[in-house]
Write a protein that binds this ligand. Structure first.
Ligand code: IVH
Length: 661
């Protein structure tokens, strides 16, 4: 049973290791082949066949949770014909001409069951094998779109099910940062999300910035009569939902809607792998019933994978804003999921070596939920005999400076700070939407201004208005474009502090770290004086990032660049709220239930007041704030002799006026 072994291995890799080896489409096809084979030869079916289970067993480390009712899978349709056959079956059973369907996106993430008791989130569990999943409540609390507390009117038990996923934009940022650090990049947003939900430390989950979208009420919807009503209720309770979900009367409307959603796919902020079509009325659903694996009242119409073959014409090297040199595959143009792909990043030298992509190779290109196309790998059977591994370049392709290798020899870097490619990339980053948001200053414009000598460093952006007369004369600029550019530059002077800190392009300082820094220091002046100790004291800032920021601040040329920005009128909006050094040098750990404060708010307060909010108790912990239900952390603190105080004691320590009592 080779087929079965292949599938078992694929399942293991997919669900347990978060590192799929075969594409989802391939997986679906193999599973279907096995299902058909078993249907024809029932004597081959064993209780442990991949067709008999939906996921893999729960991992050790998370408490098992037995689902209130099984988390089933969905039957698949791959063609319009199969979709029409589904409708026909339903019409036959229900004896009706036209069925009302609710057509939803099929989110490409991992399913999650959420239980609420009198409106409070009490449990979150993954699907696991469909019967038993893993309890990941602490992680679910960090996920956007999962309300922790529902409006008061919700009494008794409510179980909501849906999908946790990572937005494409978050995935790209995460992968860029990982590549920059020389770490292995995630294969796709689904794996990044799934790995995120299985962190034992939920602060790591929080860093993945996951989102939740609800798709059903498994318990507590007794008075609700349809899927559309259930979804409207979930949206009003604060669960993540999507407005693309629509009622469709009859199969023709469904087919049209499926086509429309397929068109929409590439522009959605997250990956979908199809569309789910559900009989809308719960009474009709009940009439249709379930098989052991899936409901008969719903079907998943799966989209074709966004994969295609292309040929690598060259591997070039691109210089980023920190000088990191990234290999890029230059491809024979190919259509993947509705867009033409000409190039794809190979992230870093170790990815290039691992995938062993060579010039002349036929490679698989994928756009799996992410917008940036990816080279999956070469088709070795089609490798030309003369193809050789891509040599590691010795010199910068832009400025010819000798390259250095760092991050354990994985990341190639151009050490020349005046390298024009680095300067352009820095400026583009500074002007980008999440940073100073100078709309008219895109990549092409920046390159042109660098070439013409108008831009050379960050302060030069604020000197551009002085060149107004010359700019107006430039090709494709004119009076109105120049004015728009100048207005955008002026408006950027007073953006919030965190945007400026992000825009500076300090290594390892992403938008989230920038926000932490702005919260902690409040003003640019305070940030400029930060020491390594101040920085390492911030929760979520590790030693490498702290070191990088501290040495950036110690560099005189950076400090004089900041002076210049200030002299040119840059005046970032300061963070309001408390700042201070009450907890300077101290690490506080919160455990048990907090009754007045929200846990995250309490931790933020500690950070703003100069301290560190830790996750676990050690001899380095200064203070443990314990509430009702505190368990092992409290015991550990007592064992180590760490001082333990109550939430009320903690509040009493705070500067007056911070907490309304
Ligand atoms: S309904 C009993 N709706 O797809 C029906 N599932 O292949 C349960 N999924 O395990 C599923 N988007 O994780 C439903 N709008 C949606 C969905 C959806 C994604 C996932 C879900 C399920 C898998 C089935």
């Amino acid at each position: 049973m080779d087929l079965r072994r292949t599938l078992e291995r694929a399942i293991e890799r997919y669900y347990v290791d978060d590192a799929p080896e075969i594409s989802d489409t391939e997986y679906d096809m193999l599973l279907r082949e096995l299902t058909d084979l078993e249907a024809a030869h029932p004597e081959l079916v064993t209780p442990d066949s991949p067709t008999q289970r939906i996921g893999a067993p729960p991992q050790k480390g998370f408490a098992p949770h037995t689902h209130s009712r099984p988390m089933l899978s969905l039957d698949n349709a791959f063609t319009e014909e199969e979709l029409r056959a589904f409708d026909e079956r339903i019409r036959k059973v229900l004896g009706r001409e036209e069925i009302e369907y609710f057509v939803e996106l099929k989110f490409d993430g991992l399913s999650m069951a959420l239980q609420y008791e009198d409106g409070r989130l009490i449990l979150a569990a993954t699907r696991g094998d469909g019967t038993t999943g893993e309890t990941v409540t602490h992680n679910a609390r960090t996920v956007h779109g999962i309300p922790l507390q529902l409006p008061l009117k919700v009494q008794g038990r409510l179980e909501v099910r849906g999908e946790v996923l990572m937005l494409k934009s978050v995935f790209e940022r995460l992968n860029r940062a990982r590549a920059e650090r020389g770490e292995q990049v995630f294969a796709n947003p689904r794996n990044a999300a799934s790995g995120g939900m299985r962190q034992l430390d939920s602060r790591l989950t929080a860093q993945r910035r996951l989102s939740f979208f609800a798709y059903s009420i498994a318990e507590g919807a007794e008075t609700v009569t349809s899927q559309s009503e259930a979804m409207a209720n979930l949206a009003s309770l604060g669960f993540g939902t999507r407005s693309e979900a629509q009622l469709c009367m009859g199969i023709e409307a469904v087919v049209a809607r499926v086509a429309a959603l397929q068109e929409l796919r590439a522009s959605l902020p997250f990956g979908i792998d199809g569309v789910v079509i559900k009989v809308n009325s719960f009474a009709e659903q009940a009439e249709m019933d379930f098989t052991s694996r899936f409901p008969r009242w719903a079907i998943a119409y799966k989209f074709a994978a966004e994969e295609a073959f292309s040929i690598v014409e060259a591997v070039t090297f691109q210089v980023g804003r920190t000088g990191a040199v990234t290999p890029v595959a230059e491809l024979q143009p190919v259509q993947v999921g509705g867009v033409t792909v000409r190039r794809a990043t190979l992230h870093n030298m170790s990815e290039l070596t691992r995938k062993d992509v060579r010039v002349g190779d036929t490679v698989i290109i994928r756009r799996a939920g992410d917008v940036i196309p990816e080279v999956v790998g070469p088709d070795l059977s089609r490798r030309p005999t003369h193809a050789v591994p891509v040599p590691t370049p010795a010199r910068c392709p832009e400025c010819d400076t000798e390259l250095i290798q760092d991050e354990g020899m994985v990341v190639l870097r151009c050490p020349n700070r005046h390298c024009p490619a680095q300067i352009s990339a820095k400026l583009v980053h500074f002007a980008s939407r999440l940073a100073l948001d100078i709309e008219s200053l895109g990549e092409k414009q920046v390159d042109r201004f660098v070439e013409l000598g108008y831009l050379s460093d960050l302060p030069s952006i604020y000197r551009l208005p002085q060149h107004r007369a010359a700019l107006v004369e430039l090709d494709r600029m004119g009076e109105s474009s120049t004015q728009r550019l100048i207005d955008a530059i002026l408006a950027s002077k007073t953006r919030p502090l965190d945007r400026l800190l992000f825009g500076l392009g300090i290594r390892f300082v992403g938008d989230r770290t920038a926000r932490d820094l702005a919260r902690r220091f409040g003003t640019l002046a305070a940030f400029r004086g930060a020491s390594y100790e101040d920085l390492i004291g911030i929760a979520d800032i590790g030693p490498r990032t702290a070191e990088e920021i501290a040495s950036w601040l110690q560099d005189d040329s950076n400090q004089s660049m900041l002076d210049e920005l200030l002299a040119l009128g840059v005046q970032p909006e300061e963070e309001t709220g408390p700042t201070g050094d009450l907890f300077a040098g101290q690490t506080l750990v919160f455990t048990g239930k907090l009754e007045t404060l929200d846990r995250t708010d309490a931790e933020t307060l500690v950070v703003r007041l100069g301290g560190n909010a830790g996750g676990s108790v050690s001899s380095k912990t200064s203070l443990v704030v314990a509430g009702p239900g505190a368990g092992s952390k409290l015991a550990k603190a007592e064992q180590l002799g760490v001082k333990v105080i109550s939430e009320a004691d903690f509040i009493a320590m705070l500067p007056p006026g911070l907490i309304d009592s």
